[in-house]
Design a protein around this ligand. Structure first.
Ligand code: UDP
Ligand code: MG
Length: 134
């Protein structure tokens, strides 16, 4: 076990649907601590960096459009094994594969608009925290 920090981002659909409180409650109920948080309006440049692994996919333009459609809430979340733990709490990327009881499983009805982002490794968590919090 190790104390970790991960980058979590509540996406525009989460904010528009009024689900900030519900999602943060789940994160806190699990025992994780929110050590920093800020509302942001993202630009294309930061998204091209953040989603570089998807830049050749046909839906890349749609992701940028969606992620710039309204504010996001970026957060640094801390806890024991928080990187993997948050991925489990979030549920699968594809909404139809996300199990009931996970955030995406309970709230997402689209794969592109899927409520929440979470770093997929400790290495990426460090990069993403730096990217969004400096
Ligand atoms: N995405 C999408 N269609 C796909 C795969 C991904 O629209 O087939 C979007 C979705 O919003 C996802 C984001 O791109 O959360 C990043 O994809 P990634 O594979 O990194 O999934 P995640 O780490 O968010 O589970
Ligand atoms: Mg990812």
């Amino acid at each position: 076990m190790s104390m970790e920090r991960t980058y979590i981002m509540l996406k525009p659909d989460c904010i528009k649907r009024g689900l900030i409180g519900s999602v943060i409650t789940r994160i806190e109920n699990k025992g994780y601590r929110i050590v920093d948080a800020k509302m942001m309006n993202l630009n294309e440049q930061i998204l091209v960096e953040h989603y570089a692994h998807l830049k050749d996919r046909p839906f890349f333009k749609d992701i940028v459009e969606y992620m710039t459609s309204g504010p996001v809430l970026g957060m640094i979340v801390e806890g024991e094994n928080a990187v993997k733990g948050m991925r489990i709490l979030m549920g699968a990327t594809k909404f139809e594969d996300a199990q009931a009881g996970t955030i995406r499983g309970d709230y997402a009805f689209s794969t592109s608009e899927n409520i929440i982002h979470g770093s997929d490794s400790l290495e990426n968590a460090k990069i993403e925290i730096k990217r969004f919090f400096g």
